[in-house]
Structures are given as structure tokens and as C-alpha cells.
Design a binder for this molecule. Structure first.
Ligand code: CA
Length: 231
């Protein structure tokens, strides 16, 4: 049974959504206070979040960013203004879909199912990059061509950042931004040393080809061989 966290401060609307979702075999929890969302996210462990934009105490934009910083869970943003949607799309919040009020509950169910189908296609939090890298954010585990890589949290984030944008050259500064909230704790050498350790682990799965390439004087990029045979 998939769990949907309904973040909505209009009580009647929240209850209506919960009824429809339950009728469609979803387990639900309703949160009406923006400040209570992160707590419920941890304890309820939803598979999808319906996130209203205007909420008391903490707004949907802030919450979407906060949730995205720690999870790849599907988020559907709900807004009362259709004009808002263009702006929201431009903000690149990482939401998976947007729904405009007023909506029919039927439409919401259809969207919820479609987003879940899309995101759960590769099962719980896993993402597959073309070519055989599978990363699971929930367990911080990664496999390359079926070979398990034992990565530290920092190495995992590095590999995730690089592999999500294959062939893009990342500077050390960009990699640091993606890895640390507090830049004061790191310097260029720290990045290089993490990259070296990451490469060593990758080479266990792909010994004959570099996966993380260093681009002299610029930074690093990720590029996988097309198949295991080229490893
Ligand atoms: Ca609201």
C-alpha cells in the first residue's frame, strides 16, 4: 500500500482528498501546519507528498526545497493560482508535478498514480543512469554493472552529482557546493582526495576504463563506457 502525505490547511479539501485516496487503496496522513511537515515526513515515511503552496508557518516552496535536499520522494505541488505554475516551474524546485485548485479529486488520483508509476518504476529511491549505474538514495548504496560499490556518504553524493549530468565538466567549486552546506570545512585538495577514493572504488567494477575523468585545469566529468564489455 502506497502512503501519501497530504499537506493541506483547508480541512474539507484535505479530508476529501484523503477519502478519495483511501478509496484507491492509499494510506494517508493529513498535515495542515507547514512547521509539522518535516516531522511527519520522517515518521510517516510517505511514498508521495501532495504539497499545498500556501500554508501556515512554513510555505510549500521552502518545504519542497527542504524535502528535496534530503530525499528524491515524488512531490506534487498544489496551488490556488494557475499563474503560479509558470513561476513554480521556473524555480526548479524539483517537484514532479503541479496541480491547480480547484481540482477534481479524480484528477488528483490520476496524477498521483502517474507520478508514482514514473518514479517507482525503478523501485524505492533508486535511479538508473544509462549504462548500468544504479544508486539508491535511501541506503546510499550504488552498483555499477552489478558490482556493489561501498561508498561513503560524501563519495555517494559526488558520484550522484557527476552522474546525473553525464559528460558535463564540473569545477571543484561546483562539486563542493553540491556536497557541503558549509564551504569553510573543505578545500580543493579535499575534493581531489574524495575523487581519488571514488575512482579506486569504481575501478573495481570497471577496471579498464575511467568512469570519472579528470579534465586538466578545469575539473571532473562522469562518462560511462557503453557496456560492461568496454570496462
Ligand atoms: Ca493553503
Amino acid at each position: 500500500m502506497n502512503r501519501v502525505l497530504i499537506v493541506e490547511d483547508e480541512k474539507d479539501l484535505a479530508n476529501l482528498l484523503a477519502d478519495y485516496l483511501k478509496h484507491n487503496q492509499f494510506e494517508t496522513r493529513i498535515i495542515s501546519d507547514g512547521a509539522a511537515v518535516m516531522g511527519a515526513f520522517q515518521t510517516f515515511q510517505p511514498d508521495l507528498i501532495l504539497l499545498d503552496l500556501m500554508l501556515p508557518n512554513k510555505d510549500g516552496l521552502t518545504l519542497c526545497r527542504e524535502i528535496r535536499s534530503q530525499s528524491a520522494i515524488p512531490i506534487i505541488m498544489v496551488t490556488a493560482k494557475i499563474e503560479e505554475i509558470d513561476r513554480l516551474l521556473g524555480l526548479e524546485l524539483g517537484a514532479d508535478d503541479y496541480i491547480c485548485k480547484p481540482f477534481s479529486p479524480r484528477e488528483v488520483i490520476a496524477r498521483v498514480k502517474a507520478v508514482l508509476r514514473r518514479t517507482l518504476a525503478s523501485t524505492d529511491g533508486q535511479s538508473t543512469t544509462p549504462g548500468g549505474l544504479i544508486m539508491d538514495e535511501n541506503t546510499l548504496s550504488a552498483t555499477l554493472f552489478g558490482e556493489q560499490l561501498s561508498l561513503t556518504a560524501v563519495e555517494f553524493r559526488l558520484l550522484k552529482t557527476l552522474s546525473e549530468d553525464p559528460r558535463r565538466i564540473f569545477s571543484r567549486d561546483q562539486l563542493m557546493d553540491s556536497m557541503y552546506n558549509d564551504r569553510r570545512v573543505v578545500n580543493d585538495r579535499t575534493i581531489d582526495s574524495h575523487i581519488n577514493k571514488l575512482r579506486k572504488k569504481l575501478s573495481a567494477a570497471c577496471p579498464h576504463q575511467e568512469v570519472v575523468h579528470s579534465v586538466y585545469g578545469v575539473g571532473y566529468k562522469f562518462e560511462l563506457p557503453h557496456s560492461l564489455h568496454n570496462c
